[in-house]
Design a protein around this ligand. Structure first.
Ligand code: CA
Length: 226
């Protein structure tokens, strides 16, 4: 059982999700507006938040940024827009996953369980070192040559996955399935975009790689600089 917070202004959607998620064994609190949601999140410390983007008092993206400034609580965003650029933006803004409206309670519950499982695994995952790169999965922090590197949640997951397979070529297909939890039909472009952001934050380029090496037509490899 998880303690969830549902932030959704539409009373019909809110009540039916509340009922369905409770029937599925979760303890669910609800808020009908962004500021009420933020207060409840801080007071109740839920295990996960389901956040509707279209809220009356504040844009859901803005609330996501405010939440991320104070908490690492997993957030699943409910959005009406099924566009890749929007998804990339949301994930980079700190969403852990998203569901596109209309969605069923069963779909949402599957996402909730997947996100919580991911978080639970990180607790007992050992720290990793590749050259001057240190990755702490429990604290979700990365340092490079002693300096902290600020990564979005998705960039962190990407780097962590590659570090677990350091020295091996990892395919984009595997990254989509393991990091993005998209088993089929995901866009390689999503991986490319995040890899280029990650490169920039590690202070390198595709042309002059240190840690992240593209293996053309196959995938990407994280390895210690020569
Ligand atoms: Ca709404």
């Amino acid at each position: 059982m998880a303690r969830l917070l549902l932030i959704e202004d539409d009373p019909a959607i809110r009540n039916s999700l509340l009922r369905a998620l409770r029937e599925r064994g979760h303890a669910v609190a609800a808020a009908g507006a962004a500021m009420e949601g933020l207060q409840t999140a801080l007071a109740e410390r839920p295990d996960l938040i389901v956040l509707d983007l279209g809220l009356p008092d504040l844009d859901g993206r803005e609330l996501l940024r405010m939440l991320r400034a104070v908490s690492r609580v997993p957030v699943i965003v409910a959005t009406a827009r099924d566009e890749e650029t929007e998804m990339v933006r949301l994930l980079d803004a700190g969403a852990d996953d998203y569901v596109v409206k209309p969605f069923t309670a069963a779909q949402l519950d599957a996402r909730i369980r997947a996100v919580l499982r991911r978080g639970g695994e990180a607790e007992g995952t050992p720290r990793l070192t590749v050259g001057g790169l240190h990755i702490d999965p429990a604290a979700r922090t990365v340092t490079l040559d002693g300096a902290e590197v600020e990564l979005s949640p998705r960039e962190f997951d990407l780097l962590h996955h590659l570090a677990q397979r350091a020295g091996q070529v990892v395919t984009k297909r595997e990254l989509l399935s393991e990091v993005w939890q998209v088993p089929y039909g995901g866009a390689d472009k999503t991986v490319d975009v995040h890899l280029s952001w990650l490169r920039r934050k590690l202070g390198e380029t595709a042309q002059e790689p240190r840690y992240l090496h593209t293996v053309r037509g196959v995938g990407v490899k994280l390895s210690e600089p020569a």
